[in-house]
Design a protein around this ligand. Sequence first.
Ligand SMILES: [Zn+2]
Length: 237
Amino acid sequence: MSTTKIAATLYQLQQLDLELERVHAEQQALDNSLQGDSVLKKLRTENAIAQQQLQLGLQGQKEAEWALEELDRRLRMQEQRLYSGAVTNAKELYALQQEVQHLRAQQSRQEEMALEVILTTESLQEAANKKAEALKQAQEKWSETNASSMARRDQLAEKRQELMANHEQFVSGIDPQVLSRYDALKRTKQGRAVSKVDQNSCQWCRVILTASELQRVRTSTDLQMCSNCGRILYYDR
Ligand SMILES: [Zn+2]
């Protein structure tokens, strides 16, 4: 590949890189604006808290119900023993009666507690439903308002993929050494490693090239750099 052709290829690569940067910058700006407004953020937080509280409530309800079941089971068992006639010893019988009485009292307390927990969970459920609905409505409204931005975002994502594929193919055709030189320059030269020669000047820094410099840009077998800004010079006429 001739030097002018290499410089031309690098210039094209630079155009592609710049286009990718533009797309990326627009994507970021869009993403930022599509983050949603403060109202939506507030609703999201409130909804998350309400759902969390509901989960805790449901867990508490389950535990209260388990405890009640366990008491029921023990009570049934002791009642069975009491009424089966198997215990005849007066002392033992008395102790058993006491225990059954105690378990009944415990059961009724636990029933009250479970009922309270259920009522609390119900109101938590109601609150969580309201928060979820409010968030859903706000999101729908927000989507309507931002439909065009969202469409643009999809468009940009597609464009970026296309450019990336192009870029990959393009880069595969360039000598790795030349490419790494280009990349290194790009990093230190504000993303512009190549500058066109325009009216005998470096288009980037406007320094005028001497006749011999111009000659070298056109004919040398090495890439020529601008003596002022250090960019690879590309001559296209
Ligand atoms: Zn220059």
